[in-house]
Design a protein. Structure first.
Length: 282
């Protein structure tokens, strides 16, 4: 077990990738505080996790609400005396699916609030104790690929923001022994995929609809890949400020090349300049 009694908060824990990560961390010996909005979903999670031992605690909270996050932190103080060692921000929504002019501004903002603002609130809440401990790991979730994601602009903007947020705060906290990374989980078959297909061709666009339908039929990327990457990042402590692909990045290779990865902009998002593509436009 690589995470024996490591105190871990996982948001978005009742479904999708967050649920898979929760069970993986329990099997690795972690003490898990699973967070989701719906109490009934958390009750079902507790029932399903009975065979994994008694190291699971649940707490209902909306990570986009400051009052809920404050209540959650009070719960961690009672549970662990505030000693959270790992935070995994897996809570997220797709949000509105349509061309921008037909998108509700309120729905667009809600996506930013849950995905980006919620990630910020949770990270901000755990950092003081992590700094006192001189150790800690924060793992965020990017997504939507490295390029444009038309008709999902709120989701794409929120996930792009998470990447830059992760890299920026990682620099702020590295002197305290805290690592902070983001994971791109790949095209996982989940509730979000079902929601996108249910929205239909008219809203998501024919090309995207066919791509998502093919993903659904072929099974998509296993969420276990993201879970394994979370275990790796939570247990290694070698890397910070990076964006990791659960599909393409080989952790064994990363271990061998840790010095080069941390000394360069490998596994980061960067602006591509003409000179990067061999052009001299002076």
């Amino acid at each position: 077990m690589r995470l024996q009694r490591v105190k871990t908060i996982i948001t978005g824990a009742s479904g999708g990738i967050g649920r898979v990560i929760t069970f993986r961390f329990l099997r690795e010996g972690a003490l898990v505080l699973a967070v989701a909005r719906n109490s009934e979903d958390l009750s079902e999670l507790r029932t399903a996790a009975q065979n994994e031992g008694s190291s699971l605690t649940t707490h209902a909270a909306d990570v986009s609400r400051m009052s809920d996050v404050a209540s959650l932190m009070e719960a961690t103080h009672r549970l662990w005396n505030g000693g959270t060692e790992v935070l995994i921000n897996a809570a997220g929504i797709y949000g509105p699916k349509n061309v921008l002019e037909k998108t509700s501004p309120e729905a667009w903002l809600k996506t930013i609030m849950v995905n980006l603002y919620g990630t910020m609130l949770m990270t901000r809440a755990v950092l003081p104790n992590m700094k006192k401990q001189k150790k800690g790991t924060v793992i965020n979730f990017s997504g939507g690929g490295e390029g444009a994601f038309p008709r999902f602009s709120a989701y794409a903007a929120s996930k792009g923001g998470i990447v830059r947020f992760t890299e920026s705060v990682a620099e702020e906290v590295k002197e305290y022994g805290i690592t902070m990374n983001a994971i791109a989980p790949g095209a996982v078959n989940s509730r979000l995929l079902d929601e996108a297909l249910l929205a239909g061709r008219g809203k998501v666009g024919e090309a995207t609809y066919q791509k998502l339908l093919k993903q659904k039929e072929e099974g998509g990327v296993s969420p276990e890949r993201a879970a394994e990457l979370c275990v790796f990042l939570a247990s290694s402590g070698q890397f910070t400020g990076k964006v990791w692909s659960a599909v393409w990045d080989d952790v064994k290779s990363a271990k061998r090349h840790a010095k080069d990865i941390m000394a360069t902009d490998i596994y980061t998002y960067r602006r591509i300049k003409p000179s990067d593509r061999g052009y001299d436009w002076k």
